[in-house]
Design a binder for this molecule. Structure first.
Ligand SMILES: O=C(O)CCC(=O)C(=O)O
Ligand SMILES: [Fe+2]
Length: 510
């Protein structure tokens, strides 16, 4: 656990060097996976190949014969039928987190034209597409391949055009790509209306007033994410989209007739079969959070395929993502017997976190965050403070991962893997493989920190030693040894001096 900025620099320096170069070269073509396919390659580049252990597990996995429910929402105006629909929605959203809707009011021609518009966009000349290629999430429209390309272990066989339809609360079609502007505008209006209906049905399914979720602004922040999955020469080695759950409130997904989408149901991958005219609806993590687990946000993925292109449009209802609005379990859904399982989150911070972690790689980080919380409790108690003291000082925040790769060295006695230093953050949780090398300076001697299977190394960082000494730890006989530091300045100083300059903590002494 360490502080942002600092460790990020280290990540870039040391994470599997060749892979980073390959990823950069691929990204710089701005041609995406479609560009690779146009070059008629027969083997997929290594950056797309899933790790052997993941592929081996896949063999044990059989798609099941069940299907998420298909719900006909045509009759919602009729009182009795509406009750039935609300009931079906409740069951599907609680059990599967996924369902398909038919008779939703969006004409088939609009669905077909939307798919065609996305195909035209991705299949136009590279030069025309390049102007949209960007990883800048503040842009209304951006094309890229794998939004998490530089954070994921394996790249996905997919390019994506992302359009923030109403991020600022208003539709601004002038910025949409001309080649699909009209159809995106028309489709987005239909999806917004359907979203309003779905959030009404979901509110009723939860026993709330029909406009409850809308009044919480869940119907806001519509983003159309237009995926293009080209045919893949080695589909069994990669994925179209890595296993994930959608982070925000609700997703309305349009897919063409090429299958690939799967949802994880009772530990089996189940195909969500393309059904002409149907739209797939799935619950996102935040809707699970505010409903205190009554509705489920389920994991899903997309397989790569020898046939293609598969085209899909995922419309995300993200809420007011740029605002600091706070979301927690809805009061009406909480009771003594059903206490809140989640704490409140601030939407802008939550969304930024997802954008920077990507679809995978959250599993280890989540465990480390939990372990960190425990360690800071133990450390607080060890200092004779209340168990949440260090957490309340925000020491548990700003988790960053630095993934080092130390190649074998022909002349190791002439160099070092990492120069002598202390860590600048609060606490570091270190995972190492079985190759030794880490040493700690103890009583003026270098002591090996031997790799121990299953163990993690924990070390105290400079900030925990200094950070504006805690008043409870100061007394007349033990006056403050350090002056207070301002966190951002402190970090900047470390980043600009690097490991070599042995600043130590002396410069922070009074
Ligand atoms: O392409 C699909 O069918 C699903 C895409 C997806 O899961 C997503 O964009 O979150
Ligand atoms: Fe998804």
């Amino acid at each position: 656990m360490a502080v942002s900025g600092v460790q990020q620099t280290m990540v870039n320096d040391t994470l599997e060097y060749d892979r980073t170069i390959e990823l950069k070269a691929f990204d710089e073509t701005k041609a995406g996976v479609k560009g690779l396919v146009d070059d008629r390659l027969v083997k997929i580049p290594k950056i797309f190949v899933r790790p052997a252990e993941e592929l081996a597990k896949e063999l044990n996995c059989r798609p099941a014969e069940v299907q998420p429910p298909i719900i006909d929402i045509g009759g919602i105006q009729g009182l009795d039928r509406r009750k039935e629909i609300v009931n079906e929605v409740r069951c599907a959203a609680a059990k599967w987190g996924f369902f398909q809707v038919v008779e939703h009011g969006i004409p088939l021609t609009v669905l077909e034209e939307m798919i065609e518009g996305v195909r035209l966009f991705h299949e136009q000349d590279l030069e025309a597409k390049k102007e949209f290629y960007s990883r800048d999430s503040t842009r209304t429209v951006r094309l890229n391949t794998n939004f998490d390309l530089f954070n994921s272990r394996t790249a996905n066989w997919r390019d994506t055009l992302i359009i923030s339809v109403s991020a600022s609360g208003t539709l601004n079609p002038n910025e949409f790509p001309a080649i699909c502007r009209d159809v995106v505008t028309a489709y987005a209006k239909h999806v917004q209306n359907l979203g309003d209906t779905l959030f009404q049905l979901l509110s009723e399914a939860l026993g709330l007033k029909e406009d409850h979720l809308k009044s919480m602004e869940c119907t806001e922040g519509l983003r159309a994410v237009c995926h293009y999955y080209p045919a893949c020469p080695e589909p069994e080695l990669t994925l179209g989209t890595t296993k994930h759950s959608d982070p925000l409130f609700l997703t309305v997904l349009l897919q063409n007739q090429i299958s690939g989408l799967q949802v994880l149901y009772e530990d089996q991958w189940v195909d969500v079969r393309p059904t002409p005219g149907a739209l797939v609806i799935n619950i996102g993590d935040l809707l699970q959070l505010i409903t205190n687990d009554q509705l489920k946000s389920n994991k899903h993925r997309v397989l790569a395929s020898r046939v293609g292109p598969r085209i899909s449009v995922a419309c995300f209802f993200s809420g007011p993502v740029l605002s600091s609005k706070v979301y927690g379990p809805i009061d009406e859904l909480i009771s003594e017997g059903n206490p809140p399982v989640y704490r409140e989150i601030q939407l802008d911070k939550y969304a930024a976190k997802f954008a920077s972690t990507g679809l995978e790689g959250r599993a280890y980080a989540k465990h480390v965050q939990n372990l960190g919380n425990t360690l800071f409790q133990l450390l607080s108690e060890a200092l004779g403070l209340r168990e949440n003291h260090l957490k309340s000082m925000e020491c548990t925040e700003g988790l960053k991962m630095a993934c080092h790769y130390y190649p074998a060295c022909p002349e190791p006695e002439l160099t070092l893997g990492t120069t002598k230093h202390s860590d600048p953050g609060f606490v570091t949780v270190l995972l190492q493989n079985q190759i030794s090398g880490l040493q700690v300076l103890y009583e003026d001697q270098w002591v090996d920190v031997r790799p121990t299977p299953g163990a993690l190394v924990i070390n105290i960082g400079d900030l925990l030693q200094v950070y504006g000494p805690i008043v409870e730890l100061i007394s007349e006989g033990n006056p403050p040894v350090y002056r207070e530091v301002q966190l951002d300045k402190y970090i900047t100083k470390f980043v600009t001096t690097g490991l070599d300059e042995d600043l130590g903590l002396d410069c922070y002494k009074k």
